[in-house]
Structure formats: C-alpha cells, structure tokens
Design a protein around this ligand. Structure first.
Ligand code: ADP
Length: 630
C-alpha cells in the first residue's frame, strides 16, 4: 500500500513522438484512479512508466517516499493486468496463478495459501484444476487478476483489462473489479478508452488528450464542471449539446443569443458571476453547452421557465425508460446533422413526438457550460482567473465602493477610471480591508471563498474553510494587473526569472585526511560567464533526460523565483534598473546578460550587483523538446 507521486513526467519515444507532456499528479493510498481518453492519448504510456516497462524521459516518479525512476519493474511492488491475459495454456489455473510466486521462490505452503485465498476472492476455487481452454473469457480474466493479487502488490495496474469481453460480461466484471478493489484495499490504476467504464469505476478520473492531462477530478465533478469542451463532450451520453452564440450583459441581466437561430434568452447576471467579463460584451463568439437532461419539453416546466427556446422536432430514439428527442433550434435545420443548432433532449418515459412539430423547450441555465470558441477552455470556471473590479485612481489611492488602497511606489498609475484584475490568489486573509465571508466551496483540495468587499462579490483562495461573517483581507498588488482606457497599463510582477545556460562537469583529485587522493566530480551551471555549482541531484536528472554527451551540448533555461537569489560579493554580475516597492515587499529589477530578473531585496540597491542563485531550487527546461527536466 502506498501513495504515488508523478511530477513533471514526460515521455518522448526514440522516434520523436512526444507521448506524455508534463504529467503531474498525486495518487493517495487506496484510490481507484482511471486514466481515460481516446486511443493514442498516452494513457498506456503513463501506466507503463509507472510499472517500469518504459523508461521515463524526464520527471520524478515516487512510490511511497522512494524515487523509482530507475528501479527495475520487479522491485517496484506493482502488479499489472493486461487486456490480453496471456495465460500458459499447458498449466492448470492453480499453476498459472502460482507461477510468479514460484519464480520468486516463495515457500510452497505460502504459495498454496495465497493462491487459495485469491481463488476464493475471485470465485474460481472450483476451477483451479482446469486448463485455461476450459474457461470462459471472463473466467480467464479473473485468473489474470488472481495472478496479480497473489503478489500482494502495493499498486495494481490494469490496462484495458475488459476490452476482450462482450458487453454483458464487461458490465459484470466492472462491478467485480470495483468489489475487488474494496476487498484488497490497495491502490488501483485503470486504463480505458470507455468513458462509461471510467465514470462507474474511478474514485478520480484523469482525462487525457494528445499526451496532455485535460482534467483530474471525481466522476461527479467532471460531469458537472468540465474544464474544457473536450472533457464536456467526452464525458456523458448522449454527448453534450454545443451551440454557438454570444453573451451580452445588460444591467443585472445577461442575454444569451444563439447563433443561426432566433433563440435568445435572458438570465440574471448573478447566475453568471464567474464568467470572464470580456465575453459579456455581445460580440465575442462563445460555445454554449447544455446536456440533454438540462433541456426539457415537459409542458409544466416550460410554462414556469424564464429561459425558453423553440425547437423543431426531427426524430426520436426510444431507450426504454427515456426518449431521446432530436431537433433543431434553426427552423430550417434537419436535426440529423451535427451542427451548431442541432439539439438532443432527454424526455422521460414514452412519448410521441411528430416530426417537424415546433415545441418550446425549457433550459436549465444553472447547468449551462460556456467555452471560448477558439481555445475551447471554460469561460465559466469553478475558480475564476481574476476578480474584475471597476476602480478609480486618485490622490495616490485606488478606490472602489468605499474601499481605499494606497498605491505603492512600484505602481506608476495616472489618475482616472481603471479596472483591476485581481487573481483569487492575490487576496490574503488578515489585513486592513474589511470584508464579509459569504460562503466556501471545496474545489479539488482548495477552498474558494466568496467575499463581499464593499458591496462587491470577489473570490479568494484558501487552504481551509472560513466561518461566514466579518473578516479582513489584503490584496497583493504585485499580482494585480491594471487596465485603463481598454489597455493594460500595469502588469503583474513576473514571478519566473529565466536565465540561459549550459552544463559542465569538472573532475579533480582532492587529498583525503588519510593522505590518499580521491577523485571528485563537480557539476556546474554556466550562466552569463559564471560557473555555479549545481547539486548532484540536479545533474542526475539532467543526465537521465539527456543521456550521453548531449547534456554537454545543450542550452538550457534555468528558472528561479524572485526569492531564490541572494545579493553577494561574487556571483552573476548585474545592473540594477529599478527598485519596485510594493509596500510590504521590496524587489530589484536587475539586468543580467540578456535577461531581466526580479529579485527580492531587503534594502534599496543601485548600480552593479552580484547575485547568487540558490541552485538547489532551480527548474531546468530543455527548450528543444519543450521538457521540464527538474
Ligand atoms: P493510449 O494508451 O492512450 O492509446 P499510448 O500510450 O499507447 O496511447 O500511445 C501514445 C502515443 O505514443 C501514440 O501516438 C503512440 O503511437 C505513441 N507510441 C506508443 N508506443 C510507442 C513506441 N514504442 N514508439 C514510438 N511511439 C509510440
């Protein structure tokens, strides 16, 4: 039993295929994790890297507290079950299950105990003397599971184990595997391309596409809060309806206008508070997503609804307990082609609908999903990117609805109306701005706090829930952008400092206390003409990502935060360009070679300075393949 940690994991196959990109995830002990996505998205590659069957190009894989990147598969305490169960045909079921343990020279009576226990759990005790050919597909898959169970692994990996079974058996084995997970009480990682399998089995699901994680969440949250159009369309049957349209905020309301049809509805702005404001001006095309069950033809519901659209019915599909009604919100549409106006509606029970009949449908706007038309990312995210605050800059203060914040020297702002873009992370608790906690929402391990600040709703992030009622906050202005006259006039202070450089190693001999000479190797990052000693741990990661001589012939991006430097007598030579005083913190803007760095400073500095970066905290990026090595 163990936790797993995957940090910045990449896989580039020797032929150049980048199968996995920056995969980050922590898996807790006893979780049932499902990797799901279309064929070729990289899910088996991740599983095979965890198993040790495929070398990891870059990144760190930990099982428990141990980094296992270079550990042999047999030493990882992991068992893997494949789609093709590959049993030995000439051996009995007992021998097949016992085989791995025999090879490990486990004592005979221990093998017997484990095989019988596994057979009992899997309900195949009566078949132990049979040969595989005398078993059905489902029973054979159970034997394959048995072979994995007897190894008593810390982690069970299952790669599409049910794909070879027919639909009925698949459903049955699905619940048996869930039951098995409960019984064994160990971590399961399961790969499938079938979203129904993922939704019914996983405690958390990782949706992947083209080597990138799209979203990691519980089945319920993936369904309710997909973070982009891909996840929204991949999860759920029938597929979510996607319409094109625009949003326009008029006073306290938002008008949703569906393109290609006359459909137009008005909803209270309070329902769409998290929507990115730049989409609310009525001219930016958006994708409007609504699931089939969030649209209703029920007459009573339609009568009561304030959000109605006309649908021309085309045809229906009877599913027994419910009917899928196909139609079009474009009165000239045919309801068959997958267009931006085609609609599928779930209707309970059996009901007759006449083709070409025009009916009114009620939309449940509390369940609407909105996506950018080009990036397809959600524009109604659970955690909004920014709080947008209309504000006035006057007399050295930023003022909005009764709140006044002193403008620190680092921000040079003209007087006049402006808009603040405040990320939720920039609001911290404790400070001198009075606020009221209105509610808390748990979102993937973080807590989104709804605040009322000067009659204005704002969102902050916290590690823990806060009681409703009065509180006080402060705003970290170095994270805030300011727009004036439609232009961004103040940008947040960069938090990543990038320096180009190379790598080198120097071998030398030192005299030990016993008089003998000892060979030592020193590793260096060569940045702006300086050699900076690099910890061996960093070198080892670089060497494993870029084996052989290549590590000496590559230019890297070395990244540091503003807090990773000290001003010293020696180090990288730089020229101070400005001091940024944010009130509570002071930073120096320093030019080093061709790079501009932002460095935390204790006091004002000027002219020539020397900077020592803390090499143990470096991030190393290999630009050619776009890989984060450390
Ligand atoms: P999935 O399991 O999601 O179907 P895979 O992890 O098997 O996807 O593959 C991800 C990508 O890597 C695909 O583009 C595939 O063609 C490629 N790939 C897989 N194995 C190899 C290999 N041994 N050599 C080169 N490319 C590979």
């Amino acid at each position: 039993m163990a936790d797993l940690s995957l940090k910045h994991i990449y896989k580039v196959y020797p032929n150049g295929t980048k199968a996995v990109n920056d995969f980050n995830m922590r898996i807790s002990d006893k979780e049932f994790i499902v990797f799901v996505g279309p064929s070729g998205c990289g899910k088996s590659t991740v599983l095979r890297m965890i198993a040790g069957l495929e070398p990891i190009t870059a990144g760190e894989l930990k099982i428990g507290d141990v980094v296992v990147n270079d550990m042999e598969p047999k030493d990882r305490d992991i068992a893997m079950v494949f789609q093709n169960y590959a049993l030995y045909p000439h051996m009995t079921i007992y021998e097949n299950i016992a085989f791995g343990l025999r090879m490990k020279r486990v004592p005979k009576d221990e093998i017997d105990r484990r095989v019988k226990e596994a057979a009992e759990i899997l309900g195949i005790t009566d078949y132990l003397k049979r040969k595989p050919k005398e078993m059905s597909g489902g029973q054979r898959q159970r034997v394959a599971l048995g072979r994995a169970i007897v190894r008593e692994p810390k982690v069970m990996l299952l790669d599409e184990p049910l794909s070879n079974l027919d639909a009925k058996l698949r459903t049955q084995m699905r619940s048996e595997i869930v039951k098995l997970h409960k019984k064994l009480n160990t971590t399961f990682i399961y790969v499938t391309h079938d979203q129904v399998e993922a939704m019914t089995m996983g405690t958390r699901i990782v949706v992947m596409k083209s080597g990138f994680i799209q979203q990691i969440d519980t089945p319920k949250n993936l369904y309710k809060y997909p973070s982009n159009k891909f996840v929204a369309g991949f999860i759920g049957t029938p597929q979510m309806n996607f319409f094109e349209g625009t949003l326009k905020k008029v006073g306290d309301e938002v008008v949703i206008d569906f393109a290609g049809s006359d459909a137009k509805i008005t909803v209270p702005y309070s329902m769409m508070m998290k929507t990115t404001p730049s989409y609310l001006n009525g001219d930016k095309p958006v994708i409007i997503g609504l699931r089939a069950e969030d649209i209703s033809l029920d007459e009573e519901k339609v009568q009561k609804s304030a959000a109605k659209i006309k649908v021309k019915i085309s045809h229906t599909e009877e599913l027994g307990t419910e009917t899928l009604v196909y139609g079009d919100i474009d009165m000239n549409g045919d309801g068959f082609a997958e267009t931006n106006t085609r609609v599928i509606i779930k209707s309970g029970g059996f009901k007759d609908y006449t083709p070409d009949e025009v009916l009114e449908a009620a939309l449940d706007i509390s369940a609407v999903h909105l996506f950018d038309k080009d990036t397809e990312e959600s524009i109604l995210p659970r955690i909004p990117e920014y709080n947008y605050v209309d504000c006035v800059s006057r007399g050295g203060k930023l003022s909005f609805s009764g709140v006044n914040i002193a403008i620190p020297p680092a921000i040079c702002l003209d007087e006049g109306a402006c808009e603040l873009l405040i990320p939720p992370t920039a609001i911290t608790f404790g400070g001198d701005i009075p606020a009221e906690v209105e509610g808390c929402e748990d979102i993937s391990g973080k807590v989104l706090i709804s605040l009322e600040i000067g009659e204005r709703r704002m969102f902050a992030l916290s590690d823990r829930k806060l009681p409703e009622g009065k509180t006080a906050i402060s705003i970290d202005l170095k994270q805030v952008a300011v727009n004036m006259g439609g232009e961004q006039v103040i940008s947040p202070m960069p938090t990543v400092n990038t320096l180009n450089g190379t790598f080198s190693m120097v071998k030398s001999k030192v005299q030990r206390s016993d008089g003998k000479k000892q060979k030592v190797r020193t590793y260096y990052a060569n940045i702006a003409g300086k050699q900076l000693v690099m910890p061996e741990e960093v070198y080892l990661k670089m060497f494993s990502a870029l084996s052989g001589r290549k590590v000496y012939n590559t230019t890297f991006d070395y990244e540091f935060t503003p807090y990773d430097f000290t001003l010293a007598q020696d180090g990288l030579e730089g020229e101070v360009q400005a001091m940024l005083d944010y009130g509570s913190e002071l930073f120096a803007k320093v030019k080093v070679g061709g790079s501009i760095l932002y460095i935390k400073a204790e006091n004002e500095v000027a002219g020539k300075v020397f900077l020592l970066p803390e090499m143990a905290k470096v991030s190393v990026i290999e630009k050619e393949r776009g890989i984060r090595i450390v």
